[in-house]
Design a protein around this ligand. Structure first.
Ligand SMILES: Nc1nc2c(c(=O)[nH]1)N[C@@H](CN(C=O)c1ccc(C(=O)N[C@@H](CCC(=O)O)C(=O)O)cc1)CN2
Length: 288
């Protein structure tokens, strides 16, 4: 079977074109949106994602503010940076790049973000809004997954979605998003404590692999024709010391699936596009 590729790169590019027009309208009204980022430490993956976010902002006309702290920064110093962006009128929305160094209480840091400037939808108030079905910024990767499925007409309502991974940026909020009345999916959330993972994955119309466990999902686990979205990104050193990215899904599973969001080029670019969308929507709400 040749799967339809859910092309996140092309879809994200189309979204950026649309956002460019919306940002121009905001700018004409004197409301240029400004995205802030806080990056702590020198993890190469996180540094690359933050750099990508600033490039995206420049492309669509969003101004951006970058706060980089050393890996040795204390929790209090990180909270000070958060307070700075909360108070900065040029910053209409911002993110704290995750993961934070070990020893820093990420929950405490995220809770300090002004919920009205939370571009990631990860503040407890905004996660609470998601639970309650109240409007608010949505976490970027789950939102990107739903947007990608919709744009490729992959049926969601009534589908059985098996999400593998219970992290706060993907698995947990994705289950909440997909079970809203507007999406109407049935979700099984699997994790490291799940007994007999293959038996669950085999039942799925849609599989979202977000465990960060290379090659966890193999061809024999996938129902023929299912949609398979690979969100796992593990960095390993490859030939000549070059970094190699490994997904959670083996390539032979792509042969069994009906739709595939590959890694790279599937969900990752959508995460970036949804961050921009959250920032623009917040600025539009503010100026309405
Ligand atoms: N505050 C946040 N931290 C993190 C989030 C998040 O949504 N908010 N998600 C991830 C990292 N992330 C964005 O921050 C992100 C991950 C992957 C990609 C991406 O485009 N990936 C590429 C391949 C990977 C690569 O080239 O390095 C792809 O899939 O094509 C974008 C953003 C954790 N932290």
């Amino acid at each position: 079977m040749t799967a339809t590729i859910l092309d996140g790169k092309a879809t994200a590019a189309a979204i950026r074109v649309d956002l460019t027009g919306r940002v121009a309208k905001l700018a004409a009204a004197g409301r240029v949106p400004g995205l802030g980022t806080i990056l702590v430490g020198d993890d190469p993956g996180s540094a690359a994602y933050v750099a990508g976010k600033h490039r995206d902002c420049a492309e669509v006309g969003i101004s951006s503010i970058r706060v980089d702290l050393p890996g040795s920064a204390t929790e209090d110093e990180i909270l000070e940076a958060v307070d700075g962006l909360n108070a900065d009128p040029a910053c209409t929305g911002y993110i704290v790049q995750l993961p934070l160094p070990s020893g820093v209480d990420a929950g405490r840091v995220l809770e300090r973000v002004d919920p009205d400037k939370d571009a990631d939808g990860l503040h407890p108030t905004n996660l609470g809004r998601l639970v309650l079905g109240v409007d608010g910024p949505l976490p970027c990767t789950p939102r990107g997954i739903v947007e990608l499925l919709r744009r490729y007409d992959v049926p969601i309502a009534g589908a059985h979605v098996v999400v593998v991974g219970r992290g706060v940026t993907v698995g947990r909020p994705l289950g909440l998003l997909l079970t809203r009345k507007s999406e109407n999916a049935t979700v099984t959330l699997c994790h490291t404590g799940t007994r007999d993972l293959p038996s669950y994955v085999r039942q799925a119309d849609i599989v979202v692999a977000a465990a960060g466990n290379p090659g966890l999902i193999t061809a024999d686990m996938v129902k023929p024709g299912a949609a398979v979205l690979d969100v796992g990104t593990t960095r390993a050193s490859g030939e000549g010391g070059k970094t190699r990215l490994i997904g959670d899904v083996t390539k032979d599973a792509y042969e069994v699936a009906g739709f595939v969001a590959p890694m790279p080029g599937g969900v990752g670019p959508m995460t970036r596009a949804m961050l921009l969308t959250n920032v623009v929507e917040a600025a539009e709400r503010f100026s309405a």
